[in-house]
Design a protein. Sequence first.
Length: 397
Amino acid sequence: MLSVVGVLLALYVVWRVVWPLRVSLSLRGPLGLLVVSLALHHRIVARFAGTMASPELPKPVIAVLATGFTALLIGALAVLLLDILLLGALLLRRPRATAALRTPWLRPAAMGAALVVSAYGIWQGMAVPQTRQIEVTLDGLPAQFDGYRVLQLTDIHASRLLTGGWVAQVVANSNALSPDLVVITGDLIDGTVAARAADFAPLAGLRAPDGVIAITGNHEYYAQYADWMQAFRAQGMQVLENSHTEVRRDGAVLTIAGVTDPVAARYGLPMPNLAAALAGADPRAPVILLDHRPGAARANAAHGVALQLSGHTHGGHILGMDQLVKRANGGYVSGRYTVDGMTLYVSNGAGLWAGFAARIGVPSEITLITLRQGAAGRTAAERPGLASPQGIATLAR
């Protein structure tokens, strides 16, 4: 779909920007071919250097391709807007506006501006994420967990673009926050275990008293899923695949559950199953659910989950585009939501996929979540979902 949209926009740019240029055909032809090639670069790279999920090219080459592709998308939309304004001026018979909107340099200038904005967006996409700190109040949270600090990482996407040095900085910044628990909500890597050996290795340095818990995102399935699960566990991570674990403090219990990703259906692997993940969980313990995608939040809330942590959306990448991403993810794209009494937090993610590496107005993040005790939870018989689910969540700053 991305390639189809890209080609249509590329042809539009060739028609409205490249072809009208007052240069020879020997220049317009190659320039038009370059524009169309940028639209198809994911498939071209997948044919000769890796896969669409994991381009195996030098970092500067990936950055240049990402800048060109993003400039194509933004520039095409800018040119389309100018043409809509031109049509309006023609229909309203505004000769001055019509003449201005037909200025020969206007559309090439729009493409040049798009290139500058895109270069900034790729630079932001490659930046080491900053820390965001929030507090979440959970009804029924035991007093022993009041002030408990959960650090969420998601969408790290270790790759040839976001390499081991970048990952090491993310790990160092995470450890500096001294969390009680680290959770990683999917899309840790792009590529095979062999290709990413040096890039994902720094994740073994994550430190927290209660360890590191991870789940799968969709990108874990695109290359050697079983091998990646073994590699993550070899680094000391506890990977939850439709399962849960418990954190204990002086007799009190907090349940951490994790589900798989729906893309598992393509590979004949287990689909997300919250009932299985919570089977045997302490009915008195609040549940924190790790679910890579936020779209199932309402169904998860019905099972009594107190707090859901998700990623996947990258915050929408670009202001304005986030509204499209929201519609593809159940209406959730970035930040905190209340969903039928459950708190959902959707992180913008630490990194992003090299195939669309821009961030414009949507910064990356490392999220530190401090849990706060709320009102006493209802009795098990009064709660929805499971026979004895896990309480409700309310918001607090």
